[in-house]
Design a protein around this ligand. Structure first.
Ligand code: AGP
Length: 596
């Protein structure tokens, strides 16, 4: 995971790097560091914990002079989060920052660096030591970088500076995200566009196994065979207000409340000149030609995938299944004759999903990626991309990206075959309005979180059918931000084991939106209530009963996940808030999971 920023130009680098890193803290926040070149030396500053500690230590960067530098926020994989393991890692001449994992570090140490005393526990130190070794043996820096690309297995985005060549900065990429920001009289390197958007909206992609040599006025990209790449920069459709909290106390709350806007944006982006929702014909042809859709994703995106399966089977009459990427890659099920893969990933960089994409591409199968990030790895490597148009999602807990994924899956399912004659454009617009009215009930969610969930050690979500699928997502949301141990259960399964966990006062949240099962779920509510559970009921109007605390306006029954998840997101937010948790950056998590 980890975030990388680099700057070369006329201004003081440290404040620019700290500002860029603050936009990347979602990628990791165990420690942070800077390497700034000044007057023949590279000065290193590091601090454990959040970026604020590094900022405080360096006076907001003002105490570290120099106009060439690289910075890093770390999500520890190799070695504890302490100052020694924090990046940058340096040798006599080089400083580097790294995002990714060097898989063959043990072999590299044995083969090339047997006589070296390593100071850190990181795999990154191996890279900087190799660079020093190869250049000290006479290789020019570009040759040494190609040498690294040749011998390193694993994922890496690297930014490198060299004390002897302060007019250059180097970027190297394989399987971890990295972009070059193109400025006027300056240039930048960053893990994503958000880290640089305050300075430029123009970017160069670097592809896997490529490297770039960056000066104040030039960007030259090369393949690992030293062939110069002719690549045009592109303009990012981001603006600074997209990535600021505005008046919101947390990104998570802002992003929950952006959901109506996101749905309206999706309608706008997917409609044709006649105002109908459409999907490019080449995508539809591939879906129609397959005999089964395999949806691959992780976490929240996997939960959206399960809803997608429901859509494809019920709306298009296409067999589909959703799979956890990290399971699928090493325990691949028997595939049908004509499989089609759909990858769902907010970031488009998730290593587990990418491992499946690489595998199924080797097998010769077609893939579509649903992602929020244009130009991301999963987007580039699939045959087709469908964008989510959710805008940058900064909170680690995914909210608006989930609803965007579900909406785009519905659009695809309807476009493939609208077997049930659903007027999806009308339904999505209605849902946007319904979510808007849910957003006006903040006080209710806060009160329920306070009374039922925040004081408890654990909590259960129960539901049937799509309500059960939403329960899985609702439970993930609550546990990841509030640390209340929460599970989502199929309500009918309770009596087969889980009900033994219910004690006096255990909070249970029931989701009830399906007419064919609402009475059964209510029966299950009675069972847990009789054993002491305190139940919050979230229902849609048509399936509601007098004592339900949260009643949502009716929407099409197949699409209720888009609305029933919203109160659950609020309950997670307010429970975390009341328990004093770091809502946008829950412990041990990172937004973009670029390691397997
Ligand atoms: C959920 O809130 C998490 N952020 C996480 O489960 C996330 O959905 C998962 O890591 C997959 O990420 P992706 O969508 O970027 O691939």
């Amino acid at each position: 995971m980890c975030g990388i920023v680099g700057y070369i130009g006329p201004d003081e680098a440290a404040p620019i790097l700290l500002d860029g890193l603050s936009k990347l803290e979602y990628r990791g926040y165990d420690s942070a560091g800077l390497a700034i070149y000044n007057d023949g030396r590279i000065n290193i500053e590091k601090a454990v914990g959040k970026l604020a500690n590094l900022s405080e230590k360096t006076g907001g960067g003002s105490q570290v002079k120099g106009s060439l530098g690289i910075g890093h926020t770390r999500w520890a994989t190799h070695g504890k989060p302490n100052e020694v393991n924090a990046h940058p890692h340096s040798t006599e001449n080089f400083s580097i920052v790294h995002n990714g994992i060097i898989e063959n570090e043990a072999m590299l140490r044995r083969t090339y660096l047997n006589d070296v005393n390593f100071v850190s526990d990181t795999d990154t130190e191996v890279v900087v030591r190799l660079l020093e070794k190869f250049t000290s043996e006479g290789e020019a820096i570009d040759v040494a970088i190609m040498h690294l690309i040749d011998i390193i297995d694993g994922s890496y985005a690297l930014a490198i500076i060299d004390r002897r060549n302060p007019e250059y900065m180097y970027a190297v990429k394989n399987k971890s995200p990295l972009l070059i920001g193109k400025g006027e009289g300056f240039n930048m390197i960053g893990s994503d566009a958000m880290a640089m958007i305050a300075h430029t909206d123009t970017f160069y992609e670097i592809h896997d196994q490529e490297f770039a040599i960056v000066t104040r006025n030039s960007v030259d990209i090369f393949t690992s065979y030293s062939k110069k790449v002719d690549r045009e920069p592109y303009k990012a459709e981001l603006d600074l207000s997209d990535i600021s909290k505005g008046t919101y106390p947390h990104y998570m709350l802002k992003e929950i409340e952006e959901q109506p806007l996101v749905l309206r944006r999706i309608i706008g982006e997917y409609q044709n000149d006649a105002g109908e929702l459409t999907v490019p014909e080449e995508i539809l042809a591939d879906v129609r030609a397959c005999d089964k859709i395999y949806i691959i994703a992780c976490g929240t995106s996997y939960h959206a995938g399960i809803i997608g399966k429901h859509f494809f089977e019920n709306i298009s009459g296409k067999p589909a299944d959703s799979y956890i990427a990290s399971e699928f890659v090493y325990n691949t099920p028997l595939l049908t004759e004509r499989p089609l893969f759909i990858f769902i990933s907010q970031s488009g960089e998730t290593a587990d999903s990418r491992a499946v994409l690489v595998k199924i591409k080797e097998m010769g199968h077609k893939a579509i990626t649903l992602t929020n990030v244009k130009g991301s790895t999963l987007s580039r490597e699939a045959d087709h991309t469908m964008l989510l148009y959710a805008g940058p999602e900064i909170a680690v807990a995914s909210t608006k990206a989930y609803t965007a994924q579900v909406a785009v899956l519905a659009i695809l399912a309807v476009a493939v075959k609208n077997k049930i004659g659903i007027d999806l454009k009308y339904e999505l617009a209605l849902i946007a309005n319904t979510i808007e009215s849910l957003c006006s009930d903040r006080e209710l969610y806060k009160r329920l979180a306070e009374e039922y969930i925040a004081p408890s050690r654990n909590c259960f979500y129960i539901g049937r059918g799509v309500d059960y699928y939403v329960c899985l997502e609702a439970a993930l949301k609550l546990k990841e931000v509030s640390y209340v141990q929460t599970e989502g259960f199929a309500a009918g399964e309770l009596k087969h084991g889980t009900i033994s966990l219910i004690e006096e006062g255990t909070p249970v949240v029931a989701i009830i939106t399906q007419y064919n099962t609402h009475l059964n779920t209510r029966g299950n509510i009675k069972e847990v209530t009789a054993r002491g559970a305190k139940v919050i009921r979230i229902s849609t109007k048509g399936a509601s009963s007098r004592r339900d605390q949260i009643v949502i306006g009716d929407v099409h029954e197949l699409l209720t996940p888009l609305v029933s998840v919203v109160p659950a997101q609020y309950l997670a937010y307010y429970t975390a808030f009341l328990r004093g948790c770091d809502i946008d950056k829950p412990r041990n998590l990172a937004k973009s999971v670029t390691v397997e």
